[in-house]
Write a protein that binds this ligand. Sequence first.
Ligand code: ADP
Ligand code: DP6
Ligand code: CO
Length: 326
Amino acid sequence: MHYTARAHTNIALLKYWGKVDEALITPTTTSISLTLDEFYTDTTVWFDKSLQSDQLILDGETISGSAAQKVSRFLDVVREMADINDKAYVVSNNHVPTAAGLASSASAFAALAGAASKAAGLNLSVTELSRLARHGSGSATRSIFGGFAKWVPGDDRTSFATPIFEKVDWPIQLLTVVINDQPKKIGSRLGMQHAKNTAPFYDMWVRLANSQVNDMILAIQQHDIVKLGELAEANALQMHAMNTTSVPSFNYLTDKSWQVIMIAQELREQGIPVYATMDAGPNVKLISRPEDTFIIKKELANIVTSSQIIIASPGPGIKVTSGDKI
Ligand code: ADP
Ligand code: DP6
Ligand code: CO
């Protein structure tokens, strides 16, 4: 049986940046995210007795190497749960740049969890799917859900995401400035490992990040874009500070990223609530209100072209269908 799943990416408002257990992908901190409508992955999976090895076809190309290995290891988890041995075809299409810091691993492994579990004959709850997706990529844990979600630390059984509000009925958008859509040099996995192992203030980051959780939930509950934005921007800059203070130092942000961050600051001085957040890549997402899009774009016009700006709104949770098409 073929199953196809669509899962959307999510942007972390409070970031996950470090694992307690590298194999189980359990996080050092609680993270909070918003799932986005504009960026997603469609993945179709079917198991085939005649296959010698798993096959990954990503955006029309057969993939080998570490990306294929990651998928195969993930399928091993599914096979063990379903008690089957067959290898699988995985045909995936990213509607998001791959490995550019726009969370392709989140939508990818959430979609793979949905499609592969169904194709293997499992009927998992959303909690079980979230836990399974975590085995592929930490951020995928949250992409099972639409809207705002929270992922907590814990052990293999207790670390999964839960929705905060799946329906977002107030004006918030992530105006995404695509500065570079090419794969980053240091993947998130390696980056966070290096930061955890060498950044001198890493323990402080853990304490700080966990202390921001209740305030972020309150800001979400109160539809308070100022409080939400202030916390998200501070948390993102703290995460990037971990990277620049790692030994040896590394950095995902470019001059252009900083120019966009400065524009958010300038707009705030004019009383417009615009806040920057960046994942593991140079691309900047501006937390903002739809009504301010025009003025934000006007300010950005000196730095990027309009084709580099994508407006992302709150997106839905995972959807799985039988057959090839969503
Ligand atoms: P990103 O910021 O895009 O999440 P990561 O470094 O976290 O970057 O993850 C990128 C990796 O995720 C890719 O190198 C690949 O291993 C995996 N990946 C991305 N998209 C897919 C997909 N559709 N199917 C399988 N694996 C994927
Ligand atoms: C900066 O989930 O991509 O986007 O678990 O190793 O696959 P792995 O890493 P990944 O890391 C995401 C890091 C981040 C912050 C976040 O999404 O919470
Ligand atoms: Co990722």
